[in-house]
Design a protein around this ligand. Structure first.
Ligand code: GAR
Length: 215
């Protein structure tokens, strides 16, 4: 069994997608050991507790600085003996020390096709730029914000008349597909970091995109 700890800050829909995938039997060999939040009001905490998963809050406001918070967070994660740490809408910039501590076993999902649109307000920025294709990215975390070796991406069209909410919803539906898939690959031992890139064992090499990568 591989143990994962999921870190959230709010709604927790990606975390919920992970729980549902597990319940459907799509994540064999995976145990969701705990869900941690940096905000006591993170809505996803209730969802996790209702699913019988251990939850813990580390309120970042209670710590003197980033280093102290990240050290406590690292201790909490180690307390759950995590093999993999899954950032799922965890809206905190992590220190380089924290990232190094979990190097190679720290995944994030970001709502854009990185390296386009790192940071916040990705959907509005995509609309403002007039791009035709937008999407989401699962990547290994490095100290640089919203950077790091890409595991999987999903692309969606930007449609005439889209507003931020419509585009965000289209992307989010794909986040819920690709994140459990990336975690499954990790649990199966199929992800290999080589020279700052990810090689996925057994992935099709013929250059075609498989549904639902292009929604
Ligand atoms: C998701 O869209 C995720 O990609 C984004 O926050 C949302 C969290 O939703 N993450 C980031 O912007 C990280 N840079 P959720 O709490 O419902 O999973």
């Amino acid at each position: 069994m591989k143990r994962i700890v999921i870190l959230i800050s709010g709604r927790g829909s990606n975390m919920e997608a992970m729980i549902r995938a597990r319940d459907r039997g799509e994540l064999p060999g995976l145990e969701i050991a705990a869900v941690l939040a940096n905000r006591p009001d993170a809505r996803g905490l209730e969802t996790a507790a209702a699913a019988g998963i251990a939850t813990q809050v580390l309120d970042h406001k209670a710590f003197a600085d980033r280093e102290a918070f990240d050290a406590a967070l690292g201790e909490a994660i180690d307390g759950f003996q995590a093999d993999l740490v899954v950032l799922a809408g965890f809206m905190r910039v992590l220190t380089a020390g924290f990232v190094r501590r979990f190097e190679g076993r720290l995944l994030n999902i970001h709502p854009s096709l990185l390296p386009a649109f790192p940071g916040l307000h990705t959907h509005q920025r995509a609309l403002d730029e007039g791009v035709r294709i937008h999407g989401c990215t699962v990547h290994f975390v490095t100290p640089a914000l919203d950077h790091g070796p890409v595991v999987i991406q999903a692309a969606v069209p930007v449609l005439e008349g889209d507003d931020e909410a419509a585009l965000a919803a289209r992307v989010l539906a794909q986040e819920h597909v690709i994140y459990p898939r990336a975690v499954r690959w990790f649990v199966e031992g199929r992800l290999h970091l080589e020279n700052g890139r990810v090689r996925v064992d057994g992935q099709q090499q013929d250059g075609t995109l498989q549904a639902p990568l292009l929604a």
